[in-house]
Design a protein around this ligand. Structure first.
Ligand code: HEC
Length: 395
C-alpha cells in the first residue's frame, strides 16, 4: 500500500472535517457576538436579565435572553459550545502535522530563506505554537492588560514580531501557515483554558447555591472578543497557500500584516454596525490596503525576459522534465507524491501547453519547484517565461 496515496486520503478527510467544524465554530462566534451587540432592554422586568432579542429563522420565532451574571437557578439542561472549537483545532493541527511537519522539506523549509534541517524546522515551529499562546496568555492576565489599549498594542506587537520571525525562518508559504496555526491555537486555547474553565467555576458556584463571581464572565468575554477579531485574518492565512503572490515576495511579512489588518478592519466594521454605528471608513481602509498591496506586488514578471530569444518547445520540455515532471506526472516518481499535485502535469506536450499560464505564475514567483528543490536556474525560469509570453506554442 502506497503511503503517499493513503496520506492524500487522510489529507482530504481531515481537511473536510476541519472546514465543517471551523464553519460551525466561527458561525457560533459570529452569532453570539452579534447577539450580544443587538440585545434590546428586557421587557418582563426580571432584574437579572441584561437584554433580550426576538428573532425569526428557518420559519420559526425565537426569543433569547442574556443574563447580567447568571439566572437565579441553574437550569436543568445547559448547552455548552466547545466541541466545534476543539475539533477545529484537532483537525487543523493534524493537517499541519501531516503536511507542514511530515513534508517539512517541501512545505516548511526554503533553503533560500534559511537552510534548516526538517527536524530543526519542526522543532522551531512547535516551539512557536506553544510560545505564542504562553506569551499572549501571560500578558492577558497581567496588570498591563487591564488597560484595553495596552493590550491591543501588545497584540499587534506580538503579531508583527511573530510574522517577521516566521518569514525569516520558514518558506513563505510555511510562514503564513505557521502564523495561521499560532493564531488558531491561541483562539482554541482561549476556549479550552479560559472560557470553559471559567464557565465550569460559574456553574459549580451555582450548584453550591452561591452567586458566581462575575470576573469569570468578564474574562471569558474578553477572550471571546479577541477571537472574533482574529477570525478573518486566520481564514485568510489558511487559504493563502493558493495565492503565491501573497507569500513569495521579500516583504511577505509586511503583506501578512497588511492583509491581517484589512481582515480585522472588516470585522470591526460588522461589529460596530451591529451596535448601530455605520463606519464605512473601516471597509474603505481595508480595500485601500488591498489595492495598495495589489499594486506593490504586481509581478515584475520575475526574471527579466525583454529581448530574449524564444526557446524551442523541445527546450521547454527538457526543462519541465528535469524540474517539474518528477512530481507533476501521471505517475510521479518523487517520494511522497502519489498523484500529480492539483492535477497539474508536465509529462506530455499537450499537458505542458494546457498548464502554461499556471506554470508562468509558479515559475515567476518561484513558488515552484517547492523550495527550489530541483535547483532550477534563473536562466531556465527566463526561458519558460519567454516561451509562455510568446504564446506557449509547440513550434
Ligand atoms: C517536489 C515536487 C514538485 C516539483 C518538483 C514541482 N512541483 Fe508544482 N506542485 C507540487 C505540489 C505538492 C503542489 C500542490 C501545492 C499545494 O498543495 O498547494 C504543486 C502545485 C503546482 C501548481 C498548481 C498551483 C495551484 O495552486 O493551483 C502548478 C501550476 C505547479 N505546481 C507548477 C510546477 C512547475 C512549473 C514545476 C517545475 C518548474 C513544478 N511545479 C515542480 C509539487 C511539485
Amino acid at each position: 500500500m502506497d503511503l503517499a496515496y493513503l496520506s492524500d486520503w487522510a489529507s482530504l478527510l481531515i481537511r473536510w472535517l476541519h472546514l465543517i467544524t471551523g464553519i460551525a465554530w466561527i458561525g457560533t462566534s459570529f452569532y453570539f457576538i452579534g447577539l450580544d451587540n443587538q440585545l434590546d432592554p428586557p421587557r418582563d422586568g426580571n432584574p437579572r436579565v441584561k437584554g433580550e432579542q426576538w428573532a425569526i429563522h428557518g420559519g420559526g420565532f425565537y426569543r433569547k435572553e442574556k443574563y447580567l451574571n447568571a439566572p437565579a437557578q441553574l437550569p436543568e439542561k445547559l448547552h455548552w459550545f466547545k466541541w466545534e472549537a476543539y475539533w477545529t483545532w484537532i483537525s487543523g493541527f493534524s493537517l499541519f502535522m501531516l503536511i507542514y511537519w511530515g513534508q517539512a522539506s517541501t512545505y516548511l523549509v526554503d533553503p533560500a530563506v534559511m537552510n534548516l534541517s526538517p527536524g530543526v524546522a519542526v522543532a522551531i515551529s512547535a516551539a512557536m505554537l506553544v510560545g505564542g499562546w504562553v506569551v499572549y496568555d501571560l500578558v492577558c492576565k497581567s496588570k498591563f492588560a487591564e488597560n484595553e489599549r495596552n493590550l491591543s498594542i501588545f497584540g499587534v506587537a506580538l503579531l508583527v514580531v511573530s510574522a517577521f520571525v516566521a518569514c525569516h525562518i520558514f518558506s513563505g508559504r510555511g510562514a503564513f501557515l505557521q502564523i495561521g496555526a499560532m493564531t488558531g491555537t491561541i483562539m482554541v486555547a482561549n476556549v479550552a483554558m479560559v472560557i470553559i474553565p471559567g464557565q465550569r467555576k460559574m456553574v459549580a458556584a451555582m450548584q453550591a447555591g452561591q452567586e458566581p463571581d462575575p470576573k469569570y464572565g468578564r474574562w471569558g468575554k474578553q477572550r471571546s472578543v479577541h477571537n472574533t477579531y482574529l477570525t478573518l485574518p486566520v481564514l485568510f492565512l489558511m487559504i493563502s497557500p493558493h495565492y503565491p503572490m501573497t507569500w513569495s515576495s521579500d516583504w511577505n511579512w509586511v503583506v501578512l500584516l497588511a492583509i491581517t489588518l484589512a481582515g480585522a478592519l472588516v470585522r470591526q466594521f460588522f461589529v460596530l454596525r451591529q451596535i448601530g454605528k455605520n463606519q464605512v471608513m473601516l471597509p474603505a481602509m481595508a480595500i485601500a490596503v488591498i489595492v495598495v498591496l495589489a499594486i506593490m506586488l504586481m509581478p515584475k514578471r520575475g526574471p527579466d525576459i525583454a529581448g530574449m530569444e524564444v526557446p524551442s518547445f523541445a527546450e521547454v520540455q527538457a526543462i519541465t522534465a528535469s524540474h517539474c515532471a518528477s512530481c507533476h506526472a501521471a505517475r510521479p516518481t518523487f517520494e511522497g507524491i502519489a498523484a500529480a499535485p492539483k492535477g497539474v502535469r508536465f509529462d506530455d506536450p499537450a499537458q505542458i501547453r494546457r498548464w502554461a499560464q499556471a506554470m508562468r505564475q509558479q515559475v515567476a514567483t518561484e513558488a515552484m519547484p517547492p523550495g527550489n528543490m530541483t535547483e532550477m536556474t534563473t536562466e531556465e525560469r527566463q526561458k519558460i517565461l519567454a516561451w509562455v509570453a510568446a504564446g506557449a506554442k509547440a513550434d
